[in-house]
Design a protein around this ligand. Structure first.
Ligand SMILES: [Zn+2]
Length: 312
């Protein structure tokens, strides 16, 4: 569970599903920022600014405040619209925290399912949104490169098989376990390696308590907000509005303290062991160890992810 937020002055009069209200309340500030940006630089120039402070925010859904069942994060679910609005609220809290810490650029990667959950107009316009399925191996980290200074995970969940976790899985429901060099990796783990290849540290993660504990065990003492906790398969959650306050504060602190965090790397060459429920065709160069278990080695971590994505 996250820390209890004290002294929160603003009343929780907003409803999570009503993103329009959020947008309307905050439009004047955003408009002013946009006008200033347009007045001081050409649009082309804005894409070629000298190096500032760049933050990459990868946003999944299972670890958002309140989410307890998979139908809530599936486009066909009756309450999907409500939870997709919470996704925007938590993403915007991270964006706000990053800018308060001095970010000059924020890129948000929609990282859930078909990657079309965040509606562009709901996202803080100071950020750029990377949405839609990508063909490369980076997937939830598509768009990361060495120009970034910090990575933030929002709405993340623990890996398949984690006890006391909400909607724990590793990429697909078919994966039993994915390990590299003997280390069992959650999505936040291999995504941290992808960031690490570019020399960028993960500085913050929000999700359930199991996720935050798991990533700290793997990456070290990153900043984190446990927005909820599993209790006998049910979820005890912060209000999305309280989660938003904590995420904003936590991301601001994490980005300010980014020099404390090291990029996460694993020694090459890499050997992955993938255990699945249902076998897929063998990836070129992979070997079948036993039923449902595959091994693949490469000195290129992205090639490891290509094999994982093909057989998961
Ligand atoms: Zn996920």
């Amino acid at each position: 569970m996250g820390r209890v937020v004290r002294g929160l002055r603003r009343k929780s009069r907003l409803e999570c599903g009503r993103v329009n209200e959020v947008t309307m309340r905050t439009t004047p500030r955003w408009s002013a920022a946009l006008l200033l940006a347009l007045a001081t630089t050409s649009v082309a120039g804005a894409w070629q600014q000298p190096r500032g402070l760049k933050v990459f925010v990868s946003v999944d859904m299972e670890g958002l405040a309140g989410v307890v069942s998979s139908s809530e994060v599936a486009a066909t679910g009756p309450d999907y619209g409500h939870f997709r609005a919470i996704m925007a609220v938590e993403a915007n809290a991270a964006i706000e925290g990053a800018f308060r810490a001095g970010a000059t650029e924020v890129v948000v990667r929609d990282s859930h399912g078909a990657k079309q959950n965040l509606l562009p107009r709901d996202v803080d316009p100071r950020a750029r949104l990377l949405r839609g399925q990508s063909t490369g191996p980076k997937n939830m980290m598509e768009g990361i490169d060495k120009t970034f200074d910090a990575v933030v995970f929002i709405g993340y969940h623990a890996r398949a098989g984690t006890p006391n976790a909400i909607l724990e899985h590793t990429s697909t429901g078919n994966v039993v376990d994915f390990s590299v060099n003997g280390v069992s990796l959650p999505e936040g783990g291999y995504n941290a390696v992808v960031a690490g290849l570019a020399g960028v540290p993960v500085v913050f993660a929000a999700g359930d308590k199991a996720l935050v504990d798991q990533l700290r065990g793997l990456l070290g003492p990153i900043e984190g907000v446990a927005v909820k906790e599993e209790i006998a398969d049910a979820v005890l959650s912060l209000s999305p509005w309280m989660a938003q306050e904590e995420i904003r504060r936590g991301v601001e602190q994490a980005v300010r303290n980014r020099a404390k965090f090291k990029p996460f790397t694993m020694p090459s060459p890499y050997t992955m062991i993938l255990k699945v429920k249902q076998e897929r065709p063998l990836y070129k160069g992979a070997e079948r160890v036993r039923e449902g278990e595959f091994r693949f080695s490469s000195s290129d971590f992205l090639e490891i992810l290509n094999a994982f994505n093909a057989m998961k």
